[in-house]
Design a protein around this ligand. Structure first.
Ligand code: 13P
Length: 332
């Protein structure tokens, strides 16, 4: 592995007008998504759903890479072709979620620390052999009365940095994902303050662990009002505050920032990204790594029925195109 490989992969993931499809829902999460369309979460249904997404004609024009879950990176489609081969054939880079989830943080009810460092070196080697070229690890921070605590902020930053160093050692680009949740009645001020503190702690830890920033991507939340806050900030305010917060805390050496959607509506996620790119004068690429904001529409259109395959693919293509335009600030 050379650092050039890491930088090439990171740059390819945020090539002009391209972003990432997060399709790495764990088994409990994909079950929730399937419950919403009333289909069973069987291995076959999960495989067929993801095969539908990945084989959407032309989607590789807008989607640079796909984050997979452990089951999916090992899975073959009904026609016997590994799903990883289908991604590569469509010009999309296979990636893999490598954390094992957010677990209760000792002594801190309501807060979590993300686990998965034990044995990670061997798992990364395995994933590289299976064709992954990038990875993802998500730390989670909840805003509330006196939280996130310093314990939560430092523990998650440390884990993110240890993970990122191991991923780079394996030749895989680490996507560093600290997510400040939008759940709650907190104001956009609170979100901005907490997001900045979290990002500063993450970059301090990445520096301590000698992570090479040119070979990483950041996947943060946007700075938004809490979802039950009576006063909801508009698109322009979200864009201005998010860019201000990122400029204060994310080094310019980072090639790209790919946002999570975090529960925003499809349209909001697109408009916010577009507004940020329209502001211009940015030291990094700003793009997307959306899960729900890319998949909600195709999931509903497909609804688990083979005859709806084309409708599901059309719905994904529409969201992918809209977000591709937003990634260059040209969404109408
Ligand atoms: P959402 O866009 O649905 O927040 O998912 C992105 C993701 O990968 C969360 O880890």
């Amino acid at each position: 592995m050379t650092s050039a490989t890491l930088a090439d992969t990171a740059e390819a993931l945020v090539a002009d007008g391209k972003g990432i499809l997060a399709a790495d829902e764990s088994s409990p999460t994909i079950k929730k998504r399937f419950d919403s369309i009333k289909i069973a979460s069987t291995e076959e249904n999960r495989r067929d759903y993801r095969d539908m997404l990945f084989t959407t004609a032309d989607v590789g024009t807008y989607i640079s890479g796909v984050i997979l879950y452990d089951e999916t990176i090992r899975q073959k489609a009904a026609d016997g072709t590994p799903l990883v081969d289908k991604l590569n054939a469509a010009g999309m880079i296979p990636g893999i979620k490598v954390d094992v989830g957010a677990k209760p943080l000792a002594g801190h009810p309501e807060e979590t620390v993300t686990e998965g460092l034990d044995g990670l070196r061997a798992r990364l080697e395995d994933y590289a052999k299976l064709g992954a070229r990038f990875t993802k690890w998500r730390g989670v921070y909840r805003i509330g009365e006196s939280i996130p605590s310093p314990a939560c902020i430092t523990a998650n930053a440390h884990a993110l940095a240890r993970y990122a160093a191991l991923a780079q050692e394996a030749g895989l680009v680490p996507i560093v994902e600290p997510e400040v949740l939008m759940n709650g009645d907190h104001s956009i001020d609170d979100c901005e303050e907490v997001t900045e503190e979290v990002l500063r702690s993450v970059y301090a830890e990445l520096s301590i662990q000698d992570v090479w920033l040119e070979g990483t991507l950041l996947k943060p939340n946007m700075v938004v009002s809490g979802d039950t806050c009576p006063e909801q900030a508009g698109v322009a305010e979200v864009a201005e505050r998010t860019v201000r917060c990122l400029k204060r805390s994310v080094p310019a050496a980072v090639p790209g920032i790919v946002f999570l959607s975090g529960g925003q509506s499809d349209e909001q996620a697109t408009e916010h990204l577009d507004a940020m790119n329209k502001l211009g004068d940015l030291p990094w690429k700003l793009s997307f790594s959306y899960g729900r904001a890319l998949q909600a529409a195709p999931l509903k259109a497909w609804s688990g029925k083979a005859e709806n395959l084309a409708a599901g693919q059309a719905a994904l293509l529409e969201r992918a195109k809209a977000n591709s335009a937003a990634a260059t600030g040209t969404y109408a």
